[in-house]
Design a protein around this ligand. Structure first.
Ligand SMILES: Cc1cc2nc3c(=O)[nH]c(=O)nc-3n(C[C@H](O)[C@H](O)[C@H](O)COP(=O)(O)O)c2cc1C
Length: 355
């Protein structure tokens, strides 16, 4: 029998209606590729996605690099459900970044996103990501060069952390990005030094609002509709970016939108997540080598187990499986078990939903 479903705590509707709020799906290198984008955007609630990063060093990259990271370019730069996918560039040299941004725009990218947040040592050592935040003037120069190289109708967005060592340069960074004329700024409310450790310092984003009129998108530690509401209140932002929370709860964006529109949507139950896992696995089998295809599935289960206890058990069952047929069987068995459990004990599943 499947283990007990975890209680689902629904957030009450937000006290004010936020019908203009937009929700962005965060870029996540090695985790949110085009298959995950397609799946998560099909759940509803997401207004924009960003690719994994295109690493730019000193040269113009061939189109195949852009198509590999953003296969959506072949379909107009949107996911199957019509959500635009911006191409993320990462690097430290203004000229090559500008050239590659122009190329991405020529290939049909609906927008370009510049990454100044990556904390990875390998990336920082080769002059990319958050290390550039030590030089606000350079952040400005890169953003300005990219903006100038791309037609005005193609938006340029920037994603930053609060700083590298600390927040002391944060407002200078924001002013520089503002002066570069880019369209929007997403702030992951932590420094590089903070890594991914909670909390996120949302109140710092409110400080940024005092020095720029540019649309600001708040990001970091939003795991529930209640977190989303608090983040909007603390930051004063209209828009949010969701990362790991959407992997733990694939319907998170839909729930946040529902709460913002004044109703209380039902959270997904585990037996509704299992068909998504099967679909995700099938997409990975279609796009990647059969030996690789189980890996993204296992990785997703690691996130899902943060919210769904049965995901932890399923992960234990599949973690050593390599044969795609065995992985598929394990998923199908888990689905059959979850459905049987639900049919046997519908009243328990209902009782577990605590409003
Ligand atoms: C595995 C992983 C990969 C990430 N890759 C990127 C990236 O390529 N570009 C970027 O700007 N941020 C990247 N991030 C940061 C996320 O976009 C986001 O800012 C961060 O996870 C905080 O948001 P969250 O608490 O909603 O997850 C990554 C985060 C993780 C955990």
């Amino acid at each position: 029998m499947a283990p007990a479903l975890r209680p689902v705590y629904n957030c009450p509707p937000f006290p004010m209606l936020l019908t203009t709020m937009r929700l962005m799906l965060a870029p996540m290198e090695g985790v949110i590729d085009h298959t995950m984008r397609e799946l998560l955007t099909s759940m509803g609630g997401i207004d924009r996605c960003v690719t994994e990063f295109v690493r730019v060093t000193d040269r113009l990259l061939p189109p195949k690099v852009f198509y590999r990271l953003c296969p959506e370019l072949a379909g107009g730069g949107t996911t199957a459900t019509g959500v635009p996918v911006y191409i993320q560039l990462l690097g430290g040299q203004a000229g090559p970044l500008a050239d590659n941004a122009a190329r991405a725009a020529e290939l049909g990218a609906p927008g370009i996103d510049l990454n100044f947040g990556c904390p990875a040592k390998t990336v920082n050592r080769s002059d990319g990501g958050s290390i550039i935040l030590r030089e606000p003037q350079r952040v400005h120069a890169i953003a300005a060069a990219v903006r100038a190289a791309v037609p005005a109708h193609v938006p340029i967005t920037v994603k930053t952390r609060l700083g590298f060592e600390d927040e002391s340069l944060f407002l200078d960074i924001v002013r520089g990005i503002d002066a570069a004329g880019v369209n929007e700024l997403t702030v992951h409310a932590r420094t590089k030094r903070h890594g991914y450790r909670p909390p996120a310092y949302w109140e710092e984003i409110a400080r940024a609002r005092e020095v720029t009129g540019m649309p600001l998108i708040a990001n970091g530690e939003i795991w529930s509709p209640a977190d989303a509401l608090r983040c909007l209140e603390v930051t004063g932002c209209d828009d949010l970016m969701l990362g790991r929370g959407t992997l733990c709860r694939p319907d998170l964006a839909r729930l946040v939108v529902g709460a913002a529109e004044g109703h209380m949507p039902e959270s997904m139950q585990w037996q509704e997540v299992l068909p998504l896992l099967l679909q995700f696995f099938a997409m990975n089998l279609a796009h990647y080598d059969a030996h690789y295809a189980p890996s993204p599935l296992k990785q997703w289960l690691v996130y899902l187990r943060g919210h769904y206890f049965p995901a932890a058990l399923l992960f234990e069952k599949v973690k050593r499986l390599r044969d795609p047929a065995q992985v598929q069987s394990a998923l199908q068995a888990a689905l059959a078990e979850a459905i049987a459990d639900r049919l046997e004990q519908p009243e328990r599943a209902t009782a577990l939903k605590i409003a």
